[in-house]
Design a protein around this ligand. Structure first.
Ligand code: F6R
Length: 586
Protein backbone atom coordinates (compact mmCIF):
# COMPACT_ATOMS: atom_id res chain seq x y z
CA UNK A 1 0.00 0.00 0.00
CA UNK A 2 1.10 3.54 -0.62
CA UNK A 3 2.98 4.44 -3.76
CA UNK A 4 6.60 5.52 -3.50
CA UNK A 5 8.67 7.14 -6.23
CA UNK A 6 12.07 8.83 -6.21
CA UNK A 7 14.66 10.07 -8.69
CA UNK A 8 18.25 11.30 -8.45
CA UNK A 9 20.40 12.04 -11.48
CA UNK A 10 21.28 14.43 -14.24
CA UNK A 11 17.76 15.45 -15.26
CA UNK A 12 16.50 18.61 -13.62
CA UNK A 13 12.78 17.84 -13.68
CA UNK A 14 12.67 15.50 -10.66
CA UNK A 15 9.39 17.00 -9.40
CA UNK A 16 7.58 16.40 -12.66
CA UNK A 17 8.99 12.89 -13.03
CA UNK A 18 7.97 12.11 -9.45
CA UNK A 19 4.45 13.41 -10.09
CA UNK A 20 4.12 11.25 -13.21
CA UNK A 21 5.60 8.27 -11.33
CA UNK A 22 3.04 8.72 -8.54
CA UNK A 23 0.20 8.81 -11.06
CA UNK A 24 1.27 5.35 -12.23
CA UNK A 25 1.31 4.12 -8.64
CA UNK A 26 -1.82 5.85 -7.39
CA UNK A 27 -3.82 2.62 -7.30
CA UNK A 28 -1.70 1.72 -4.26
CA UNK A 29 -3.30 4.51 -2.21
CA UNK A 30 -5.18 7.67 -3.01
CA UNK A 31 -6.03 9.51 0.20
CA UNK A 32 -3.40 12.18 -0.27
CA UNK A 33 -0.03 12.72 -1.91
CA UNK A 34 3.13 14.78 -1.65
CA UNK A 35 6.54 15.45 -3.16
CA UNK A 36 9.83 16.78 -1.77
CA UNK A 37 12.67 18.10 -3.92
CA UNK A 38 16.00 19.61 -3.04
CA UNK A 39 16.88 23.01 -4.46
CA UNK A 40 19.67 25.40 -3.45
CA UNK A 41 20.55 23.28 -0.43
CA UNK A 42 16.98 23.27 0.91
CA UNK A 43 14.10 20.83 0.81
CA UNK A 44 10.83 22.09 -0.65
CA UNK A 45 7.68 20.10 -0.03
CA UNK A 46 4.28 20.15 -1.76
CA UNK A 47 1.44 18.11 -0.17
CA UNK A 48 -2.26 17.67 -0.96
CA UNK A 49 -5.24 15.62 0.11
CA UNK A 50 -7.35 13.78 -2.46
CA UNK A 51 -6.54 11.86 -5.57
CA UNK A 52 -3.58 12.78 -7.68
CA UNK A 53 -5.61 12.46 -10.91
CA UNK A 54 -4.76 15.35 -13.20
CA UNK A 55 -2.75 17.21 -10.53
CA UNK A 56 0.13 19.50 -11.41
CA UNK A 57 3.00 20.56 -9.19
CA UNK A 58 4.58 23.98 -8.85
CA UNK A 59 7.79 22.70 -7.29
CA UNK A 60 11.07 24.19 -8.63
CA UNK A 61 13.50 22.43 -10.93
CA UNK A 62 15.62 19.86 -9.18
CA UNK A 63 17.78 16.84 -9.86
CA UNK A 64 16.58 14.95 -6.80
CA UNK A 65 13.07 14.27 -5.53
CA UNK A 66 10.88 11.80 -3.68
CA UNK A 67 7.09 11.42 -3.63
CA UNK A 68 4.34 9.39 -2.01
CA UNK A 69 0.70 8.62 -2.56
CA UNK A 70 -0.92 7.61 0.72
CA UNK A 71 -3.31 5.02 2.07
CA UNK A 72 -3.86 6.17 5.64
CA UNK A 73 -2.97 3.87 8.52
CA UNK A 74 -2.06 6.23 11.41
CA UNK A 75 -3.83 9.57 11.41
CA UNK A 76 -6.67 10.89 9.27
CA UNK A 77 -6.53 12.12 5.71
CA UNK A 78 -5.08 15.60 6.09
CA UNK A 79 -2.31 17.59 4.45
CA UNK A 80 -0.36 17.37 7.71
CA UNK A 81 -0.54 13.58 7.67
CA UNK A 82 0.39 13.32 3.97
CA UNK A 83 3.98 12.30 3.23
CA UNK A 84 6.79 13.42 2.98
CA UNK A 85 7.29 14.03 6.69
CA UNK A 86 10.07 16.21 8.00
CA UNK A 87 12.18 16.60 11.12
CA UNK A 88 12.33 19.74 13.30
CA UNK A 89 15.07 21.33 11.16
CA UNK A 90 13.15 20.63 7.91
CA UNK A 91 16.38 19.21 6.49
CA UNK A 92 15.20 15.60 6.37
CA UNK A 93 12.22 14.35 4.38
CA UNK A 94 10.85 10.84 4.70
CA UNK A 95 8.28 8.75 2.83
CA UNK A 96 7.14 5.40 4.09
CA UNK A 97 5.15 2.29 3.33
CA UNK A 98 4.29 -0.02 6.22
CA UNK A 99 3.66 0.44 9.93
CA UNK A 100 6.26 1.40 12.54
CA UNK A 101 4.89 -0.79 15.30
CA UNK A 102 6.88 0.82 18.13
CA UNK A 103 6.27 4.40 17.06
CA UNK A 104 4.50 5.41 20.29
CA UNK A 105 7.39 4.74 22.72
CA UNK A 106 9.84 6.19 20.18
CA UNK A 107 7.70 9.30 19.84
CA UNK A 108 7.46 9.78 23.60
CA UNK A 109 11.21 9.44 23.90
CA UNK A 110 11.84 11.95 21.10
CA UNK A 111 9.34 14.40 22.58
CA UNK A 112 11.22 14.26 25.87
CA UNK A 113 14.33 15.24 23.92
CA UNK A 114 12.48 18.29 22.59
CA UNK A 115 11.28 17.12 19.18
CA UNK A 116 8.03 18.67 18.04
CA UNK A 117 5.64 16.53 16.01
CA UNK A 118 3.30 18.01 13.45
CA UNK A 119 1.38 14.97 12.22
CA UNK A 120 -0.37 12.00 13.83
CA UNK A 121 1.55 9.52 11.70
CA UNK A 122 3.98 6.81 12.70
CA UNK A 123 6.20 7.91 9.79
CA UNK A 124 7.16 11.26 11.28
CA UNK A 125 8.95 9.44 14.09
CA UNK A 126 11.47 8.22 11.55
CA UNK A 127 12.37 11.74 10.39
CA UNK A 128 12.99 12.85 13.99
CA UNK A 129 14.96 9.69 14.78
CA UNK A 130 17.26 10.39 11.83
CA UNK A 131 17.56 14.01 12.98
CA UNK A 132 18.66 12.81 16.40
CA UNK A 133 21.33 10.45 15.05
CA UNK A 134 22.44 12.97 12.43
CA UNK A 135 23.66 15.27 15.19
CA UNK A 136 26.71 13.03 15.47
CA UNK A 137 26.70 10.75 12.43
CA UNK A 138 26.58 11.15 8.64
CA UNK A 139 23.14 10.95 6.99
CA UNK A 140 23.44 7.39 5.67
CA UNK A 141 24.56 6.00 9.00
CA UNK A 142 21.75 7.89 10.75
CA UNK A 143 19.16 6.36 8.45
CA UNK A 144 20.57 2.90 9.05
CA UNK A 145 20.57 3.38 12.82
CA UNK A 146 17.02 4.75 12.76
CA UNK A 147 15.85 1.81 10.67
CA UNK A 148 17.39 -0.66 13.07
CA UNK A 149 15.49 1.01 15.89
CA UNK A 150 12.01 0.66 14.37
CA UNK A 151 9.86 -2.49 14.42
CA UNK A 152 7.51 -3.86 11.77
CA UNK A 153 7.50 -4.46 8.04
CA UNK A 154 8.55 -1.20 6.47
CA UNK A 155 9.93 0.41 3.32
CA UNK A 156 11.35 3.91 3.82
CA UNK A 157 12.94 6.46 1.50
CA UNK A 158 14.73 9.52 2.91
CA UNK A 159 16.21 12.74 1.57
CA UNK A 160 18.64 15.14 3.28
CA UNK A 161 19.07 18.81 2.39
CA UNK A 162 22.84 18.57 2.76
CA UNK A 163 23.39 15.43 0.64
CA UNK A 164 22.71 14.70 -3.01
CA UNK A 165 21.51 11.23 -2.14
CA UNK A 166 18.34 9.26 -1.74
CA UNK A 167 18.54 6.56 0.89
CA UNK A 168 16.09 3.68 0.90
CA UNK A 169 15.76 0.63 3.10
CA UNK A 170 13.24 -2.07 3.70
CA UNK A 171 12.22 -4.87 5.99
CA UNK A 172 8.96 -5.77 4.34
CA UNK A 173 7.23 -3.49 1.87
CA UNK A 174 8.51 -3.74 -1.70
CA UNK A 175 11.10 -1.31 -3.05
CA UNK A 176 12.67 -1.52 -6.48
CA UNK A 177 15.66 0.44 -7.78
CA UNK A 178 16.03 1.29 -11.47
CA UNK A 179 19.39 2.12 -13.04
CA UNK A 180 18.82 4.57 -15.90
CA UNK A 181 21.28 6.24 -18.27
CA UNK A 182 20.88 9.51 -16.43
CA UNK A 183 20.25 8.51 -12.84
CA UNK A 184 18.64 6.17 -10.37
CA UNK A 185 14.96 5.60 -9.70
CA UNK A 186 13.23 4.04 -6.74
CA UNK A 187 9.61 2.93 -6.54
CA UNK A 188 7.27 0.67 -4.66
CA UNK A 189 6.56 -1.27 -7.82
CA UNK A 190 8.21 -1.64 -11.15
CA UNK A 191 5.37 0.00 -13.11
CA UNK A 192 6.64 3.38 -11.87
CA UNK A 193 10.16 2.73 -13.14
CA UNK A 194 9.61 0.87 -16.42
CA UNK A 195 8.95 4.04 -18.48
CA UNK A 196 12.53 5.10 -17.57
CA UNK A 197 14.61 1.93 -17.42
CA UNK A 198 14.40 -1.84 -17.49
CA UNK A 199 17.51 -2.45 -15.41
CA UNK A 200 16.10 -3.25 -11.99
CA UNK A 201 17.24 -4.26 -8.55
CA UNK A 202 14.62 -5.77 -6.25
CA UNK A 203 15.72 -4.80 -2.76
CA UNK A 204 15.66 -7.69 -0.34
CA UNK A 205 14.45 -7.36 3.23
CA UNK A 206 17.11 -5.87 5.51
CA UNK A 207 18.93 -4.11 2.68
CA UNK A 208 19.63 -0.42 2.26
CA UNK A 209 20.70 1.55 -0.83
CA UNK A 210 22.38 4.90 -1.19
CA UNK A 211 21.53 6.42 -4.55
CA UNK A 212 23.44 9.44 -5.82
CA UNK A 213 26.29 9.87 -8.26
CA UNK A 214 27.27 6.37 -7.20
CA UNK A 215 25.34 3.38 -5.96
CA UNK A 216 25.93 1.56 -2.70
CA UNK A 217 24.09 -1.46 -1.36
CA UNK A 218 24.43 -2.26 2.33
CA UNK A 219 23.21 -4.77 4.85
CA UNK A 220 20.86 -2.96 7.23
CA UNK A 221 21.78 -4.83 10.40
CA UNK A 222 25.58 -4.44 10.20
CA UNK A 223 26.33 -1.97 7.41
CA UNK A 224 28.41 -4.44 5.37
CA UNK A 225 28.66 -3.73 1.66
CA UNK A 226 26.69 -6.08 -0.58
CA UNK A 227 27.00 -6.80 -4.27
CA UNK A 228 23.92 -5.66 -6.16
CA UNK A 229 22.34 -7.98 -8.67
CA UNK A 230 20.59 -5.79 -11.21
CA UNK A 231 18.45 -7.70 -13.68
CA UNK A 232 17.53 -6.55 -17.16
CA UNK A 233 13.83 -7.25 -17.66
CA UNK A 234 12.18 -7.29 -21.04
CA UNK A 235 8.75 -6.47 -19.62
CA UNK A 236 6.55 -4.36 -21.78
CA UNK A 237 4.81 -1.30 -20.44
CA UNK A 238 1.33 -2.67 -20.90
CA UNK A 239 -1.50 -0.44 -21.89
CA UNK A 240 -3.12 0.88 -18.75
CA UNK A 241 -5.19 3.76 -20.00
CA UNK A 242 -8.97 3.92 -19.85
CA UNK A 243 -9.28 4.37 -23.59
CA UNK A 244 -12.86 5.18 -24.54
CA UNK A 245 -14.22 3.91 -21.22
CA UNK A 246 -15.34 6.13 -18.39
CA UNK A 247 -13.71 4.01 -15.70
CA UNK A 248 -11.06 1.32 -15.48
CA UNK A 249 -13.59 -1.01 -13.85
CA UNK A 250 -15.86 -1.15 -16.89
CA UNK A 251 -12.87 -1.33 -19.22
CA UNK A 252 -11.54 -4.31 -17.29
CA UNK A 253 -14.95 -6.00 -17.19
CA UNK A 254 -15.17 -5.63 -20.96
CA UNK A 255 -11.72 -7.18 -21.45
CA UNK A 256 -12.78 -10.46 -19.84
CA UNK A 257 -13.68 -12.44 -22.99
CA UNK A 258 -10.15 -11.73 -24.27
CA UNK A 259 -8.61 -12.76 -20.94
CA UNK A 260 -10.48 -16.10 -20.94
CA UNK A 261 -9.62 -16.82 -24.60
CA UNK A 262 -5.95 -16.11 -23.92
CA UNK A 263 -5.98 -18.71 -21.13
CA UNK A 264 -7.83 -21.22 -23.30
CA UNK A 265 -5.31 -20.84 -26.13
CA UNK A 266 -1.95 -20.34 -24.45
CA UNK A 267 -1.63 -22.15 -21.13
CA UNK A 268 -1.28 -25.81 -22.06
CA UNK A 269 2.27 -26.44 -20.85
CA UNK A 270 1.94 -24.32 -17.73
CA UNK A 271 -1.30 -25.97 -16.66
CA UNK A 272 0.06 -29.47 -17.26
CA UNK A 273 3.09 -28.53 -15.17
CA UNK A 274 0.91 -27.30 -12.30
CA UNK A 275 -1.18 -30.48 -12.53
CA UNK A 276 2.03 -32.52 -12.22
CA UNK A 277 3.24 -30.51 -9.21
CA UNK A 278 -0.13 -31.03 -7.48
CA UNK A 279 -0.20 -34.73 -8.23
CA UNK A 280 3.15 -35.34 -6.51
CA UNK A 281 2.42 -33.11 -3.49
CA UNK A 282 1.11 -34.58 -0.26
CA UNK A 283 -1.46 -31.98 0.68
CA UNK A 284 -2.37 -28.97 -1.48
CA UNK A 285 -3.53 -25.66 -0.01
CA UNK A 286 -4.99 -22.71 -1.89
CA UNK A 287 -4.62 -19.36 -0.16
CA UNK A 288 -5.67 -15.83 -1.11
CA UNK A 289 -7.36 -12.71 0.25
CA UNK A 290 -10.70 -11.12 -0.62
CA UNK A 291 -11.62 -11.82 -4.21
CA UNK A 292 -8.59 -14.09 -4.59
CA UNK A 293 -9.85 -16.14 -1.65
CA UNK A 294 -13.17 -16.58 -3.43
CA UNK A 295 -11.23 -17.90 -6.42
CA UNK A 296 -9.46 -20.34 -4.08
CA UNK A 297 -12.86 -21.53 -2.86
CA UNK A 298 -13.92 -22.08 -6.47
CA UNK A 299 -10.81 -24.25 -6.77
CA UNK A 300 -11.89 -26.44 -3.86
CA UNK A 301 -15.34 -27.02 -5.37
CA UNK A 302 -13.87 -27.72 -8.83
CA UNK A 303 -11.34 -30.18 -7.44
CA UNK A 304 -14.00 -31.95 -5.42
CA UNK A 305 -16.46 -32.32 -8.28
CA UNK A 306 -14.19 -32.78 -11.29
CA UNK A 307 -10.92 -34.17 -9.91
CA UNK A 308 -12.49 -35.95 -6.90
CA UNK A 309 -9.58 -34.69 -4.85
CA UNK A 310 -9.63 -32.72 -1.62
CA UNK A 311 -7.67 -29.50 -1.67
CA UNK A 312 -7.72 -27.13 1.29
CA UNK A 313 -8.59 -23.49 1.04
CA UNK A 314 -7.87 -20.80 3.60
CA UNK A 315 -8.18 -17.05 3.86
CA UNK A 316 -4.50 -16.14 3.58
CA UNK A 317 -4.43 -14.05 6.78
CA UNK A 318 -5.80 -17.04 8.72
CA UNK A 319 -3.40 -19.54 7.20
CA UNK A 320 -0.77 -18.45 9.75
CA UNK A 321 -2.92 -20.18 12.36
CA UNK A 322 -3.77 -23.22 10.26
CA UNK A 323 -0.41 -24.33 8.94
CA UNK A 324 1.04 -26.32 11.81
CA UNK A 325 0.96 -29.51 9.78
CA UNK A 326 2.82 -28.21 6.69
CA UNK A 327 5.92 -30.17 5.81
CA UNK A 328 8.39 -30.55 2.97
CA UNK A 329 5.88 -32.46 0.85
CA UNK A 330 3.09 -29.88 1.15
CA UNK A 331 2.22 -27.53 -1.68
CA UNK A 332 0.86 -24.04 -1.04
CA UNK A 333 -0.72 -22.37 -4.06
CA UNK A 334 -1.06 -18.61 -3.62
CA UNK A 335 -3.51 -16.67 -5.72
CA UNK A 336 -2.85 -12.93 -5.82
CA UNK A 337 -3.49 -10.38 -8.52
CA UNK A 338 -0.90 -7.91 -7.24
CA UNK A 339 1.57 -10.47 -5.92
CA UNK A 340 2.20 -8.06 -3.02
CA UNK A 341 -0.57 -8.76 -0.50
CA UNK A 342 1.17 -9.03 2.87
CA UNK A 343 -1.51 -11.40 4.19
CA UNK A 344 -0.42 -13.82 1.46
CA UNK A 345 3.31 -13.13 1.64
CA UNK A 346 3.59 -13.92 5.35
CA UNK A 347 2.17 -17.46 5.30
CA UNK A 348 4.23 -18.20 2.19
CA UNK A 349 7.42 -17.21 3.99
CA UNK A 350 6.43 -19.52 6.87
CA UNK A 351 5.57 -22.32 4.46
CA UNK A 352 9.00 -21.98 2.89
CA UNK A 353 10.60 -22.14 6.32
CA UNK A 354 8.89 -25.52 6.67
CA UNK A 355 10.35 -26.43 3.27
CA UNK A 356 6.91 -26.71 1.67
CA UNK A 357 6.74 -25.88 -2.02
CA UNK A 358 5.10 -22.61 -3.05
CA UNK A 359 3.30 -22.05 -6.32
CA UNK A 360 2.39 -18.44 -7.21
CA UNK A 361 -0.48 -17.57 -9.52
CA UNK A 362 -0.30 -13.81 -9.93
CA UNK A 363 -0.84 -11.05 -12.46
CA UNK A 364 2.34 -9.10 -11.76
CA UNK A 365 5.68 -10.24 -13.07
CA UNK A 366 8.49 -9.63 -10.58
CA UNK A 367 6.11 -9.03 -7.65
CA UNK A 368 7.11 -10.21 -4.17
CA UNK A 369 5.01 -13.39 -4.34
CA UNK A 370 6.22 -14.11 -7.86
CA UNK A 371 9.85 -13.87 -6.76
CA UNK A 372 9.32 -15.83 -3.59
CA UNK A 373 7.67 -18.84 -5.22
CA UNK A 374 9.30 -22.10 -6.31
CA UNK A 375 6.89 -22.33 -9.25
CA UNK A 376 5.02 -19.49 -10.89
CA UNK A 377 2.29 -18.80 -13.37
CA UNK A 378 1.11 -15.42 -14.61
CA UNK A 379 -2.59 -14.68 -15.07
CA UNK A 380 -1.91 -12.76 -18.28
CA UNK A 381 -4.92 -10.52 -17.62
CA UNK A 382 -3.01 -7.30 -18.36
CA UNK A 383 -2.77 -4.44 -15.85
CA UNK A 384 -5.74 -4.29 -13.48
CA UNK A 385 -6.10 -0.73 -12.26
CA UNK A 386 -9.59 -0.57 -10.74
CA UNK A 387 -9.40 -1.44 -7.06
CA UNK A 388 -12.24 -3.95 -7.40
CA UNK A 389 -10.80 -7.02 -9.04
CA UNK A 390 -12.77 -8.28 -12.02
CA UNK A 391 -10.68 -9.67 -14.86
CA UNK A 392 -8.04 -11.11 -12.51
CA UNK A 393 -10.81 -13.08 -10.74
CA UNK A 394 -12.11 -14.38 -14.04
CA UNK A 395 -8.54 -15.30 -15.06
CA UNK A 396 -8.01 -17.19 -11.79
CA UNK A 397 -11.19 -19.25 -12.00
CA UNK A 398 -10.57 -19.94 -15.71
CA UNK A 399 -7.13 -21.32 -14.88
CA UNK A 400 -8.60 -23.43 -12.09
CA UNK A 401 -11.25 -24.89 -14.39
CA UNK A 402 -8.63 -25.75 -16.98
CA UNK A 403 -6.41 -27.19 -14.27
CA UNK A 404 -9.21 -29.41 -12.98
CA UNK A 405 -9.77 -30.88 -16.43
CA UNK A 406 -6.01 -31.25 -16.97
CA UNK A 407 -5.84 -33.22 -13.70
CA UNK A 408 -8.21 -35.84 -15.12
CA UNK A 409 -6.50 -35.91 -18.52
CA UNK A 410 -9.20 -33.86 -20.27
CA UNK A 411 -7.40 -30.63 -20.99
CA UNK A 412 -9.06 -30.30 -24.39
CA UNK A 413 -12.53 -30.45 -22.84
CA UNK A 414 -11.55 -27.73 -20.35
CA UNK A 415 -10.25 -25.58 -23.18
CA UNK A 416 -13.48 -25.95 -25.16
CA UNK A 417 -15.50 -24.98 -22.10
CA UNK A 418 -13.41 -21.88 -21.58
CA UNK A 419 -14.05 -20.79 -25.15
CA UNK A 420 -17.79 -21.16 -24.51
CA UNK A 421 -17.42 -19.14 -21.30
CA UNK A 422 -15.71 -16.34 -23.23
CA UNK A 423 -18.62 -16.26 -25.71
CA UNK A 424 -21.16 -16.19 -22.90
CA UNK A 425 -19.39 -13.29 -21.17
CA UNK A 426 -19.38 -11.44 -24.50
CA UNK A 427 -23.13 -11.98 -24.81
CA UNK A 428 -23.73 -10.55 -21.32
CA UNK A 429 -21.80 -7.44 -22.32
CA UNK A 430 -24.12 -6.70 -25.25
CA UNK A 431 -26.05 -3.45 -25.18
CA UNK A 432 -29.45 -5.01 -24.48
CA UNK A 433 -28.04 -6.69 -21.35
CA UNK A 434 -26.27 -3.55 -20.25
CA UNK A 435 -29.66 -1.76 -20.36
CA UNK A 436 -31.10 -4.49 -18.13
CA UNK A 437 -28.23 -4.25 -15.64
CA UNK A 438 -28.72 -0.48 -15.45
CA UNK A 439 -32.43 -1.02 -14.79
CA UNK A 440 -31.77 -3.49 -11.96
CA UNK A 441 -29.12 -1.14 -10.52
CA UNK A 442 -31.92 1.45 -10.21
CA UNK A 443 -33.89 -1.04 -8.10
CA UNK A 444 -30.82 -1.75 -5.92
CA UNK A 445 -30.25 1.97 -5.50
CA UNK A 446 -33.32 2.18 -3.28
CA UNK A 447 -32.08 -0.25 -0.66
CA UNK A 448 -29.69 -0.39 2.27
CA UNK A 449 -29.19 -4.16 2.26
CA UNK A 450 -28.75 -6.73 -0.48
CA UNK A 451 -28.36 -10.48 -0.04
CA UNK A 452 -26.83 -12.95 -2.47
CA UNK A 453 -27.28 -16.72 -2.21
CA UNK A 454 -25.87 -19.74 -3.98
CA UNK A 455 -25.00 -23.37 -3.41
CA UNK A 456 -22.15 -25.56 -4.64
CA UNK A 457 -20.14 -23.79 -7.35
CA UNK A 458 -22.41 -20.78 -6.86
CA UNK A 459 -21.49 -20.38 -3.20
CA UNK A 460 -18.12 -18.70 -3.93
CA UNK A 461 -19.89 -16.86 -6.77
CA UNK A 462 -22.40 -15.33 -4.34
CA UNK A 463 -19.63 -14.37 -1.89
CA UNK A 464 -17.73 -12.67 -4.69
CA UNK A 465 -20.92 -10.99 -5.96
CA UNK A 466 -21.56 -9.53 -2.49
CA UNK A 467 -17.99 -8.25 -2.20
CA UNK A 468 -18.08 -6.68 -5.64
CA UNK A 469 -21.35 -4.85 -5.05
CA UNK A 470 -20.58 -3.58 -1.55
CA UNK A 471 -17.03 -2.39 -2.13
CA UNK A 472 -17.89 -0.08 -5.02
CA UNK A 473 -21.44 0.98 -4.08
CA UNK A 474 -21.13 1.05 -0.25
CA UNK A 475 -24.48 -0.77 -0.01
CA UNK A 476 -24.28 -3.49 2.58
CA UNK A 477 -24.35 -6.78 0.66
CA UNK A 478 -24.05 -10.17 2.26
CA UNK A 479 -23.43 -13.44 0.49
CA UNK A 480 -24.36 -16.76 2.03
CA UNK A 481 -24.88 -20.38 1.20
CA UNK A 482 -28.55 -20.90 0.38
CA UNK A 483 -28.88 -23.53 3.08
CA UNK A 484 -27.64 -21.08 5.74
CA UNK A 485 -30.49 -18.60 5.28
CA UNK A 486 -32.87 -20.31 7.65
CA UNK A 487 -30.14 -20.53 10.28
CA UNK A 488 -30.32 -16.83 10.99
CA UNK A 489 -30.16 -14.34 8.14
CA UNK A 490 -33.75 -14.93 7.03
CA UNK A 491 -34.70 -12.76 10.04
CA UNK A 492 -33.34 -9.74 8.13
CA UNK A 493 -35.54 -10.14 5.08
CA UNK A 494 -38.38 -7.65 5.00
CA UNK A 495 -40.70 -6.48 2.20
CA UNK A 496 -38.61 -5.06 -0.63
CA UNK A 497 -35.22 -6.55 0.39
CA UNK A 498 -33.42 -7.49 -2.84
CA UNK A 499 -31.81 -10.91 -3.04
CA UNK A 500 -29.65 -12.08 -5.93
CA UNK A 501 -30.13 -15.81 -6.41
CA UNK A 502 -27.62 -17.85 -8.40
CA UNK A 503 -29.51 -20.78 -9.88
CA UNK A 504 -27.50 -22.60 -12.56
CA UNK A 505 -28.68 -25.80 -14.22
CA UNK A 506 -26.92 -28.16 -11.84
CA UNK A 507 -27.62 -30.22 -8.76
CA UNK A 508 -28.23 -27.03 -6.73
CA UNK A 509 -31.11 -25.69 -8.83
CA UNK A 510 -34.11 -26.99 -6.94
CA UNK A 511 -32.76 -26.33 -3.47
CA UNK A 512 -31.72 -22.75 -4.27
CA UNK A 513 -35.09 -21.99 -5.86
CA UNK A 514 -36.71 -23.29 -2.72
CA UNK A 515 -34.49 -20.91 -0.64
CA UNK A 516 -35.48 -18.07 -2.95
CA UNK A 517 -39.14 -18.96 -2.39
CA UNK A 518 -38.59 -18.62 1.36
CA UNK A 519 -37.26 -15.11 0.78
CA UNK A 520 -40.08 -14.24 -1.58
CA UNK A 521 -42.64 -15.39 1.01
CA UNK A 522 -41.23 -12.70 3.32
CA UNK A 523 -41.58 -9.98 0.71
CA UNK A 524 -38.03 -10.16 -0.70
CA UNK A 525 -37.39 -9.08 -4.30
CA UNK A 526 -35.75 -11.89 -6.24
CA UNK A 527 -33.15 -11.20 -8.93
CA UNK A 528 -32.49 -14.57 -10.50
CA UNK A 529 -29.25 -15.34 -12.34
CA UNK A 530 -30.05 -18.53 -14.16
CA UNK A 531 -30.54 -20.19 -17.56
CA UNK A 532 -34.23 -20.56 -16.65
CA UNK A 533 -36.87 -17.89 -16.06
CA UNK A 534 -38.41 -19.10 -12.81
CA UNK A 535 -41.83 -17.71 -11.92
CA UNK A 536 -40.53 -16.56 -8.57
CA UNK A 537 -37.99 -14.19 -10.15
CA UNK A 538 -38.95 -10.52 -10.08
CA UNK A 539 -35.99 -9.85 -12.41
CA UNK A 540 -34.19 -12.40 -14.50
CA UNK A 541 -30.61 -12.27 -15.77
CA UNK A 542 -30.13 -15.10 -18.19
CA UNK A 543 -26.77 -16.86 -18.02
CA UNK A 544 -26.79 -19.82 -20.39
CA UNK A 545 -25.83 -23.26 -19.22
CA UNK A 546 -22.34 -24.31 -20.35
CA UNK A 547 -21.79 -27.09 -17.85
CA UNK A 548 -19.15 -26.61 -15.17
CA UNK A 549 -17.86 -23.49 -16.94
CA UNK A 550 -21.15 -21.68 -16.20
CA UNK A 551 -19.55 -20.44 -13.00
CA UNK A 552 -17.32 -18.14 -15.07
CA UNK A 553 -20.04 -16.02 -16.78
CA UNK A 554 -22.12 -16.27 -13.58
CA UNK A 555 -19.63 -13.85 -12.00
CA UNK A 556 -20.30 -11.09 -14.54
CA UNK A 557 -23.79 -9.82 -13.49
CA UNK A 558 -22.65 -8.72 -10.01
CA UNK A 559 -19.61 -6.95 -11.48
CA UNK A 560 -21.91 -4.94 -13.73
CA UNK A 561 -24.58 -4.38 -11.08
CA UNK A 562 -21.93 -3.12 -8.65
CA UNK A 563 -20.44 -0.87 -11.31
CA UNK A 564 -23.75 0.68 -12.43
CA UNK A 565 -24.92 1.07 -8.85
CA UNK A 566 -21.73 2.99 -8.00
CA UNK A 567 -22.14 5.18 -11.07
CA UNK A 568 -25.77 5.84 -10.14
CA UNK A 569 -24.66 6.90 -6.69
CA UNK A 570 -22.09 9.20 -8.28
CA UNK A 571 -19.22 7.28 -6.71
CA UNK A 572 -15.86 6.55 -8.31
CA UNK A 573 -15.94 2.77 -8.81
CA UNK A 574 -12.22 2.73 -9.58
CA UNK A 575 -11.20 4.10 -6.21
CA UNK A 576 -13.61 3.08 -3.44
CA UNK A 577 -13.13 4.94 -0.16
CA UNK A 578 -10.73 3.42 2.38
CA UNK A 579 -9.36 0.80 -0.03
CA UNK A 580 -6.21 0.39 -2.09
CA UNK A 581 -5.26 -1.97 -4.86
CA UNK A 582 -2.19 -3.48 -3.33
CA UNK A 583 -2.53 -4.31 0.37
CA UNK A 584 0.95 -4.42 1.82
CA UNK A 585 0.06 -3.82 5.50
CA UNK A 586 -1.47 -6.33 7.92
C1 F6R B 1 -11.81 -7.01 -4.19
C2 F6R B 1 -10.36 -7.07 -4.27
C3 F6R B 1 -9.62 -7.53 -3.07
C4 F6R B 1 -8.36 -8.31 -3.50
C5 F6R B 1 -7.50 -8.63 -2.28
C6 F6R B 1 -6.32 -9.47 -2.65
O1 F6R B 1 -12.36 -6.65 -5.41
O2 F6R B 1 -9.79 -6.74 -5.26
O3 F6R B 1 -10.40 -8.27 -2.21
O4 F6R B 1 -8.76 -9.47 -4.15
O5 F6R B 1 -7.06 -7.44 -1.69
O6 F6R B 1 -5.53 -8.85 -3.59
P1 F6R B 1 -4.49 -9.65 -4.47
O7 F6R B 1 -5.24 -10.52 -5.41
O8 F6R B 1 -3.71 -8.59 -5.15
O9 F6R B 1 -3.66 -10.45 -3.50
Amino acid sequence: MCGIFGYVGAKNNAALMTLEGLKLLEYRGYDSWGIAVKTKGKLVVDKHTGKIGEAKTVLPQSTIGIGHTRWATHGGVTVKNAHPHMDCTREIAVIHNGIIENFLPLKKDLEKKGHVFISETDTEVFAHLVEEYRKTEPFSKSVRKAFNKIKGLNGIVALDASADEIIAAKTGSPLIVGKGQDGYYIASDSSGILPHTKELLFLKDNEMVILGKTFTLLSLPNGDRLTPEFVKVDWKIQDSTKGAHKHFMIKEISEQPKVVRNIAENYHDQIENLARVISIAKGTFFIGSGTAFHACLVGTYLFSKIVKKHVNTAVASEFNYLEHFLNNRSLVIALSQSGETIDVVEPLVRAKQKRSKVFAITNVLGSTIYRLADYKMLLGAGPEKAVASTKAYIAKISLLLLLSYAMIGEYKKGKEMLLLAADEIERLLREEYIREFKKIATVLNKTEHIYTIGRGFSYPTCLEAALKIKEVSYVHTEGLAGGELKHGTLALISPGTPCIVFAPQDETYEAIISNATEIKARGGVIIGVSPFRSEIFDYWIEVKDIGDATLIPMAIPAQLLGYFLAVKKDLDPDKPRNLAKSVTVK
